[in-house]
Design a protein around this ligand. Structure first.
Ligand code: CDP
Ligand code: CDP
Length: 218
């Protein structure tokens, strides 16, 4: 399947990867891989199973047998739709902890490759261009200032009726950036040849058009 085109969109939390990736996939009629959801599902499974988040072997076993299913924007863990549940900040923070365990990343590797199906795939995460799809046709690294990203998260939570505290969000976001950037396996860095897009002062639609434009030039 290595001839099937892949567009990778990596970047830090709340840079807009998920939103931009979904729109680009829709415009091109491509499949979508929200790789962060797999780490979030693994974190949720671990929390529910009462497994310690530093027990690499136990967490990797859960990842290996992850009953994850994606259907029309819904995310299932077994029979349960958990799309909203896994968006909680606590699950995101725990996802970033278990994502630093090499055996967990290894356990999720084959599952991610299987998303590469005709006519193409848009994959978003941290290591889509560096580790999972190094031969992707187009690699994008989305960024935005930490302030812009904290504001986006804040707005997302308020819109969902969840109370949020800006200072706490900013601190969580910086802690997550720190962990994701400095871990030894698959750290968050732009892939070789990646196009860097700073969306601090950019709307989602402009970012989507830029990615489509780059793709059209290949
Ligand atoms: O939406 P947000 O960027 O906050 O998070 P996400 O993409 O859903 O990913 C949650 C966590 O999973 C991140 O903080 C990363 O530590 C981890 N992750 C990863 O290590 N590799 C990926 N390809 C995707 C996510
Ligand atoms: O997936 P990731 O954590 O990188 O971010 P997201 O959940 O896709 O986007 C975070 C929020 O920022 C969403 O509500 C987007 O609509 C918003 N956003 C924005 O306001 N401007 C952009 N250029 C990109 C995203």
């Amino acid at each position: 399947s290595s001839h099937i085109p892949v567009i990778t969109i990596d970047g830090p939390t709340a840079s807009g990867k998920g939103t931009v990736a979904a729109k680009v996939a829709e415009r091109l009629g491509f499949h979508l891989l929200d790789s962060g959801a797999l780490y979030r599902l693994t974190a949720l499974s671990s929390m529910r199973a009462g497994v310690s988040l530093i027990d690499e072997h136990a967490v990797a076993q859960l990842a290996e047998a992850l009953p994850a299913r994606f259907a029309n924007g819904d995310i299932f863990l077994g029979e349960e739709e958990v799309g909203a549940v896994i968006r909680a900040e606590e699950v995101g923070n725990n996802a970033s902890k278990i994502a630093a365990l090499p055996a967990v990343r290894q356990a999720l590797y084959a599952l991610q490759l299987a998303f590469r199906k005709a006519p193409g795939l848009v994959a978003d995460g941290r290591d889509m261009g560096t580790v999972i799809f190094p031969n992707a046709k187009l690699k994008v690294f989305l960024t935005a200032s930490v302030e812009a990203r904290a504001e986006r998260r804040y707005k997302q939570l308020i819109d969902k009726g969840i109370s949020a505290n800006m200072e706490g969000l900013l601190a969580d976001l910086q802690a997550r950036d720190e962990r994701d950037t400095h871990r030894t396996v698959a750290p968050l860095v732009p892939a070789e040849g990646a196009y860097i897009l700073d969306t601090s002062d950019m709307t989602v639609d402009v970012a989507v058009e830029q990615v489509l434009h780059w793709y059209s030039l290949l």
